[in-house]
Write a protein that binds this ligand. Structure first.
Ligand SMILES: C[S@@+](CC[C@H](N)C(=O)[O-])C[C@H]1O[C@@H](n2cnc3c(N)ncnc32)[C@H](O)[C@@H]1O
Length: 423
C-alpha cells in the first residue's frame, strides 16, 4: 500500500478548497463540527427534513426546520448541504442526494459523465490501481472505483478529505477507495499503476480562478513531473490551457457536454493515443474527433451553409480535420466558422443556412430584418467586437419571424450573416 503523509499543519493552506463559511481556522473547525453533527442520526433526520424544503425561500425553510425541532446550527448546516445537493444534481444526477459538498468543492468537481468516461478509458488501458492526487470531494476517485479500479485518494484539506470519505461510503465503494488527508506531493507513487491529478485552480476564500498554472496546487512542476515518474499519468487542466504548456508526446483532450466546454485532460506516457482529441458528449452519445492539431483549413468564400464548431473542436485546434470531413472552408483564416455547399449532420458543429451576407451596418441590417418581419434573433459571434445584447436592443425588432445572426469577419471585413435553421 502506498505511503501517505497524514495530518496537515494548523493553518489552512491558501489553495485549500473546503470551507463553506470562510477560510479561517475557526471556521474550518466549525465546518468540521457541523459535518460531524450531520453524520449523527439527528443530523441525518435534519438532512431529510432540509431536502424537503430546500430550493424555495431560505427563510421559510429555516423556520420550517426550527419548528420541526431542529436546533439552529444543525438546521443551517443541513439546509446548506441540501441546497448544495440540489445544485449538484446537474453534475452527479440522483446520487447527489446522498453526497456531501462544499461550494468550492462542488464547483471544482468533475461531472459524473466525464469522470466515468475517463475512468473507463483508464480501466480499458489496463489500469487496476490509481492514485488520485488532490481528490477533492472524490468525483474522479468514485468514478475510477465504479470502473473497478483500486484508488488511493489524497486530499490536503481536512474538511474536503472528510467529505470525500463520506462520499465513498455513501457510494458503497469503501472497499475500493482509501481517502487519506495529506500532501499529494509526498505520496509514494511507486506502488500504483497510474496517477490522476486534478490540481486546484481556484483560490480559497475568493473562489477566483487561477489562470497561471505555476500557481496551481499541487504546483505545475510537480504535476507535469508525474509523467516522468509514472508511465500512465492523466492530468485534468483548464480548457483554456495554452497549447505551449502541453508536454511533448502527451495527448491533449478537450471535452464538451451538451455544447459546453467543461475540461481538458492530458494523457501522458503510454496513455497518449493521438496528439489532440475533441470529445463531444451529447445525451448518451460520445463522439471523438482526433488529429494533429497543427493543420490549417483551406480558406474560401462564404457559402450556402455555415457551421459553428463545438468548442472542444475549436480548442483542440481540429478545425482543419472537421473542414475535411465536411468538405468545408474558412472565410477568414483566424475565425473558426466553416462554410460549405451542402449541409451535413455532424455532432461536431451546428449548421445554419445563410440567407444573406451583409458588410456590417446597423442601418442595413435593421432594414433587412424589418423587411423580413424578424422579431426574434439569436446572435452568434466570432471575430466581432459587437456586444450581442446591445445590438439586439439597437435593432428594435418588431416582427414575428425568427432569425440567427452570425457576427464575424470575412477576409478582415466585419460581416453579418443572416441565417435560418437547416431544414
Ligand atoms: C480541483 S480539486 C479536485 C477535484 C476532484 N477531481 C473532483 O472531481 O472532485 C483539487 C483538490 O486538490 C487539493 N490539493 C491541492 N493541493 C494539494 C496537495 N498538495 N496535496 C493534496 N491535495 C491538494 C485541493 O484541496 C482540492 O480539493
Amino acid at each position: 500500500m502506498p505511503q501517505v503523509v497524514t495530518g496537515m499543519p494548523g493553518e489552512r493552506p491558501a489553495w485549500a478548497s473546503g470551507g463553506q463559511v470562510g477560510a479561517g481556522r475557526k471556521n474550518r473547525r466549525v465546518d468540521l463540527e457541523q459535518f460531524a453533527a450531520l453524520r449523527t442520526p439527528e443530523g441525518s433526520a435534519a438532512l431529510d427534513a432540509a431536502a424537503g424544503v430546500a430550493g424555495g425561500d431560505p427563510l421559510a425553510a429555516a423556520v420550517a426546520l426550527r419548528s420541526a425541532g431542529v436546533p439552529g446550527g444543525l438546521a443551517a448546516a443541513a439546509l446548506t448541504q441540501a441546497e448544495l445537493r440540489r445544485r449538484a444534481t446537474g453534475k452527479f444526477g440522483p446520487a447527489a442526494a446522498g453526497m456531501f459538498f462544499t461550494r468550492p468543492g462542488l464547483e471544482q468537481a468533475t461531472r459524473r459523465v466525464v469522470a466515468d468516461r475517463r475512468a473507463r478509458r483508464l480501466r480499458a488501458a489496463g489500469v487496476r490501481t490509481l492514485a488520485d492526487l488532490g481528490c477533492g470531494l472524490g468525483a474522479d476517485a468514485l468514478a475510477a472505483a465504479r470502473a473497478g479500479i483500486r484508488v488511493y485518494a489524497v486530499e490536503a484539506d481536512p474538511l474536503t478529505a472528510a467529505l470525500a470519505e463520506a462520499n465513498v461510503q455513501a457510494a458503497g465503494l469503501a472497499d475500493l477507495v482509501t481517502v487519506e488527508c495529506g500532501d499529494a506531493t509526498a505520496f509514494d507513487v511507486t506502488g500504483v499503476e497510474a496517477v490522476f491529478c486534478d490540481p486546484a485552480r481556484r483560490r480559497a476564500g475568493t473562489g477566483r480562478r487561477i489562470f497561471d498554472p505555476n500557481s496551481y496546487s499541487p504546483p505545475w512542476d510537480f504535476v507535469t513531473g508525474l509523467a516522468d515518474r509514472v508511465p500512465r499519468t492523466v492530468v485534468k487542466v483548464a480548457p483554456g490551457i495554452d497549447h505551449a504548456l502541453i508536454p511533448p508526446g502527451a495527448e491533449a483532450e478537450w471535452v464538451s457536454v451538451e455544447g459546453d466546454l467543461v475540461e481538458a485532460a492530458l494523457w501522458c506516457g503510454e496513455l497518449a493515443e493521438v496528439s489532440r482529441r475533441a470529445t463531444v458528449l451529447t445525451g448518451e452519445s460520445v463522439h471523438q474527433l482526433a488529429g494533429s492539431g497543427t493543420h490549417e483549413a483551406p480558406v474560401g468564400a462564404v457559402r450556402r451553409f455555415v457551421y459553428d464548431p463545438d468548442p472542444a473542436v475549436v480548442r483542440a485546434h481540429l478545425i482543419a480535420e472537421l473542414a475535411a470531413d465536411l468538405d468545408a472552408t474558412l472565410a477568414d483564416p483566424t475565425i473558426a466558422y466553416l462554410y460549405a455547399d451542402t449541409a451535413r449532420r455532424t455532432p461536431y458543429a451546428r449548421c445554419l443556412e445563410v440567407t444573406d451576407v451583409l458588410p456590417f451596418s446597423l442601418k442595413r441590417l435593421r432594414a433587412l430584418l424589418r423587411e423580413r418581419r424578424v422579431g426574434r434573433v439569436e446572435i452568434l459571434k466570432r471575430g466581432s467586437a459587437l456586444e450581442p445584447e446591445r445590438l439586439r436592443r439597437d435593432l428594435r425588432l418588431s416582427g414575428d419571424q425568427p432569425a440567427s445572426l452570425v457576427l464575424t469577419r470575412v477576409a478582415t471585413a466585419p460581416t453579418v450573416l443572416v441565417c435560418r435553421p437547416v431544414a
